[in-house]
Design a binder for this molecule. Structure first.
Ligand code: ARG
Length: 490
């Protein structure tokens, strides 16, 4: 690496005041080029907006601005063709792009950094990148919601045990259970849009920390880049990484929701539950036990949650000790954000097909739904409807459960005389005997009655359609802004 950097002190963006070349160990430790090359599109697009604005404001000449813009698009074309070589000596993507620009357009490249610092530049780049990532995450979350809704459509009448404390509690329908995950993911979509809204502020023009001495037009660069607003305080603008933390928290919440779903899939796929069979295409085997079929996808989805949380904690900790304004500590934001986004996107990619190809053992679920006295609440409710105070009804049915459990029988095994003996109300009327009757009775908004679940499915599908429209419109706007004005040639 030393030979590559020899004699290049002056080529560093900050080389002027340095007499000696940087030590190779500093260079390795300091450089972000190994990971921030991912920001190249955002970096170039941000520079294009800056160059255009410099030209329009006559801070540089109009032809100079055009030369910079043309050169920047050429650098992008090279990068996209895999022809742009960035090295450790480039330090970071910003310096690398400028170095290549100088090779392509000559000394005028030196004018690009007028009225700008890498501090407002990197904040701009990362906000642009985060906005794109948040839209990708929205797309992924919406795809998982679509799969949940689709599977739920087939199971509005499939009864199963509902649990509290992982003990059978009351019957529910499978669609209701799946729609609970849709509800979580709908909140995630909301959180992603919220994170997008806060990332959607342009720091460009804040300079190193205090603003700049040129008559720049911050509103113009913000509008060119598709930012909804400009930042209000130059110090905050270059030192704020809340938008990264917002995105990381949104990722952590998605991972947590998927982890809960995955845990249920692992449980349901076990011989103990046997509610669900994963397709061969989304299962793995054991190298020693020929009979094994493992839910690795769900386990990995659950396991990867740890590293996503880790990135959130890591960056919260990194930021907490930093004085205003920019500090190099902030360079740590990128790998955290990139890996959290990559991890959650990879999970969102594999979960929908795994869900769609799974089959539910609806017979087993139906049998389990009414077992273990899951209809006890319905019996107590019947007494309460007939005027018995609910606490007393609970006591009566509780005793009945105790007695049946001791004798090893179910409610269904009781004779008419025995029912009448338990409570006079039961001489006239029997509590529901099937899980279906039980779920039908829970006919309140948000309840598990199939009629309510059908309405909830319609609501979920409509909410998903609206979220998809919003996401697609934002993605289309982004694609248009990032497209070079003319086919780039190089
Ligand atoms: N690579 C740096 C980062 O990620 C870019 C900004 C450098 N600014 C500076 N003043 N050294 O934060």
């Amino acid at each position: 690496m030393t030979d590559m950097t020899a004699g290049r002190v002056a080529r560093k963006a900050w080389g002027g005041r340095f007499a000696d070349s940087p030590d190779a160990r500093l260079e390795r430790f300091n450089a972000s080029i190994g990971f921030d090359a991912r920001l190249i599109r955002e970096d170039i697009r941000g520079s294009v907006a800056h160059a255009r604005m410099l030209g329009r404001q006559a801070i540089i000449g109009a032809t100079e601005a055009q030369a910079l813009e043309d050169g920047l698009w050429r650098v992008l074309a090279e990068a996209e063709a895999g022809e742009l070589e960035l090295t450790l000596a480039d330090e970071d993507v910003h310096t690398g792009v400028e170095r290549r620009l100088r090779e392509l357009v000559g000394p005028v490249a030196g004018k690009l950094h007028t009225a700008r610092s890498r501090n407002d530049q990197v904040a701009t780049d990362l906000r642009l990148w985060a906005k794109g990532a948040l839209l990708d995450l929205l797309t992924g979350v919406n795809a998982l919601r679509a799969a949940l809704i689709e599977v739920a459509q087939d199971h509005v009448e499939t009864v199963m045990p509902g649990y509290t404390h992982l003990q059978r509690a009351q019957p529910i329908v499978l669609a209701h259970h799946l729609l609970a995950y849709d509800a979580m993911l709908a909140r995630d979509a909301d959180r992603l849009r919220d994170a997008y809204r806060r990332a959607d502020v342009s720091p460009l023009g804040s300079g190193a920390l205090a603003g700049v001495t040129f008559p720049i037009d911050r509103e113009a660069t913000a509008a060119d880049l598709g930012f909804a607003a400009i930042s209000a305080n130059s110090l905050d603008a270059v030192a704020d990484r809340d938008f990264v933390l917002d995105a990381l928290f949104a990722c952590a919440a998605i991972a947590m929701h998927i982890s809960r779903l995955s845990e249920e899939i692992c449980l349901w796929a076990s011989a103990e539950f046997r509610f669900l069979r994963l397709s061969d295409a989304f299962s793995t085997g054991s190298s020693i036990m020929p009979q094994k079929k493992n839910p690795d996808v769900a386990e990995l989805a659950r396991g990867k949650t740890g590293r996503v949380y880790g990135h959130l904690m890591a960056l919260l900790t990194t930021i907490k000790g930093t004085p205003l304004a920019y500090n190099k500590d902030f360079q740590e934001d990128k790998e955290a954000l990139f890996d959290a986004v990559d991890t959650v996107l990879a999970t969102l990619d594999v979960l929908p097909p795994m869900l769609r190809t799974a089959t539910f053992d609806t017979e087993r679920m139906t049998v389990a739904a009414a077992a273990d006295f899951s209809l006890a609440t319905d019996a107590a409710d019947l007494l309460a409807r007939c005027g018995v105070p609910f606490r007393e009804a609970h006591e009566v049915v509780g005793r009945l459960v105790g007695r049946c459990a001791a004798e090893g029988i179910e409610f269904d095994d009781l004779t008419d005389a025995q029912w009448a003996e338990i409570h006079p109300v039961f001489a006239e009327e029997r509590p529901p005997r099937t899980a279906r009757e039980s779920v039908d009775a829970r006919n309140v908004p948000g309840g598990t009655a199939p009629a309510r679940v059908r309405a909830a499915l319609d609501g979920a599908a409509a909410a998903l359609a609206a979220d998809r429209d919003w996401t697609e419109a934002a993605l289309a706007d982004r694609a248009a802004r990032f497209a070079p004005p003319t086919p780039a040639t190089s």
